[in-house]
Design a protein around this ligand. Structure first.
Ligand SMILES: [Zn+2]
Length: 467
């Protein structure tokens, strides 16, 4: 019954924006998204250095035109952030529901023109696509959120919660000038927030089926710097032990260590959920990954053909930078290495550091933390997840699969605060369409964008509707 009532309400809301005098329809908002994304892609917000304030000015102009109030803040010169809020109210006798943030990041990663078949910042619209760095990651998502947000505001519907549009700086470099800075310096912005929808998940096309992947947790980066010390000297008189030999030995131990396999619950659920889709198109699958990992051949095979999937099964460390002497005939007093370690999202980082120190087993090698986040997982038994399931079914006839990401997004900042955060974008990609993210020739299909606005609007309607 409650379900039926919600649907009727949702219908009324959508009618109200289509029947008011001169009102734009949701189709108008969807169509308008194309030229808006094109214009947004032409704004250079490549990080470094970011220059996100340019993007803030553009979004401000669109909010001004719609008569919607917003605030902006620069975390450093040029590093702009913007937020706007549609207020909701509590129904009689009920508490106001926790607010929802729609998050995207304004910055994009660099693009090397020589590997692209078009200008990375052209914003060209041709052959059914909008082309440019950021089309998928994440200006396309940002425009879909913006258009749905504007349509919701224009509908005049009474909302059960506030909806906040948030556009931030610096995600591609760790978010410390964006979400991280806002949480430190504008904590009041997040005081009533219960939910965040961010990048990190999307529909996936498997043959003639679509599954909607919603990211609920991610591996936690723990970036470390190792410093080995020893007596300096001349290269012509080798010593038994130097900073460099110590470091090399420590790194060898790390590189030969396979951290124990541990299948956490969200990873098991993800493998089980994906398996029927993978099998349907003849891809390898492991519906019961907990059993599969007992077979060492399976693990080895997976590491070879699918290192990203394999990395979800254990903590990992990649040795990435090395630094010894700056002169060939000088034995240095210090040698350094940096490790990009990624921990399973329930791993206690301190316990991992102790494990790593025991592996290195050398008191003259110190370990310093460059960056580390706290681990957290968002639950799936929430009303927002329920809405994402309804909408996936409505638009794609698809089920939702909760997933674990190997990389990180800004969602961890919110999960640290106990805010439920989902990686969710309203697009559905075939594997090959996805290759442009951080790669070459990034583009988003015009139809995806248009449909994405409608999907996002439906999510907002359902999640903000008064019962
Ligand atoms: Zn991104």
């Amino acid at each position: 019954m409650a379900q039926v009532k919600r649907i009727v309400l949702a219908l009324c809301v959508s009618l109200s924006i289509t029947t008011a005098a001169n009102a734009k329809t949701i189709d108008d908002y969807a169509n308008e998204a194309v030229e808006r994304l094109s214009a947004y892609l032409q704004i250079d917000t490549i990080n470094p250095p970011g220059n996100e304030s340019r993007g803030v000015r553009y979004i401000s102009s669109l909010l001004d035109a719609a008569g919607i109030a917003y605030e902006t803040a620069e975390s450093a010169p040029g590093r702009g952030n913007l937020w706007a809020r549609i207020p909701g109210t509590a129904a009689a006798g009920e508490d106001k529901q926790p607010a929802l943030i729609l998050l995207h990041h304004i910055d994009v990663v660099p693009a090397s023109r020589k590997y692209w078949s078009f200008e990375p910042l052209s914003g060209d619209v041709a052959d059914g696509f909008v082309y440019g760095r950021g089309a998928i990651d994440t200006k396309g998502l940002g425009i879909a959120q913006l258009q749905a947000f504007l349509a919701l505001a224009a509908s005049g519907a009474e909302l059960n919660r506030d909806v906040i549009l948030l556009a931030t700086a610096d995600e591609e470099a760790g978010g410390f000038f964006g979400v991280g800075w806002l949480i430190e310096n504008r904590p009041e912005l997040f005081s009533d927030v219960g939910y965040v929808l961010n990048e990190g998940g999307s529909g996936r096309v498997f043959g003639d089926q679509i599954a909607v992947l919603v990211e609920v947790t991610q591996k936690v980066p723990l970036w470390l710097r190792l410093t080995a010390t020893g007596r300096p000297g001349h290269g012509s008189a080798p010593q038994m032990q130097t900073s460099v030999t110590r470091l090399v030995r420590g790194l060898k131990r790390i590189s030969e260590t396979e951290f124990p396999v541990r299948v956490i619950e969200p990873v098991a659920i993800m493998f089980e959920g994906l398996a029927p889709y993978q099998l349907a198109i003849g891809q390898p699958a492991a519906p019961n990954i907990r059993d599969a990992v007992n077979d060492s051949d399976y693990l080895l095979e997976m590491k070879l053909r699918n290192p990203g999937g394999h990395a979800l099964l254990r903590n990992t460390c990649s040795i990435t930078t090395l630094q010894g002497s700056s002169k060939i005939n000088v034995v240095p007093a210090e040698a350094h290495a940096e490790l990009d370690c990624r921990l399973l999202p329930d791993q206690d980082p301190e316990a991992f550091l102790r494990e790593l120190a025991a592996i290195i087993n050398d008191p003259r090698i110190t370990i310093d933390k460059i960056m580390g986040f706290t681990p957290a997982v968002s639950r799936t038994d929430t009303p927002l997840f329920q809405v994402l399931e309804n909408v996936a079914d409505e638009f794609f006839g698809a089920t939702v699969i909760p997933t674990v990401a190997g990389g990180f997004t800004d969602s961890h900042f919110f999960r640290d605060l106990g805010i439920t955060s989902y990686g969710y974008s309203p697009f559905a990609f075939a594997p090959r369409e996805f290759s442009g993210v951080h790669g070459n020739d990034e583009r988003l299909a015009v139809e995806q964008l248009r449909r994405g606005v409608k999907i996002y609007y439906t999510v907002l309607q359902q999640f903000t509707a008064r019962r």
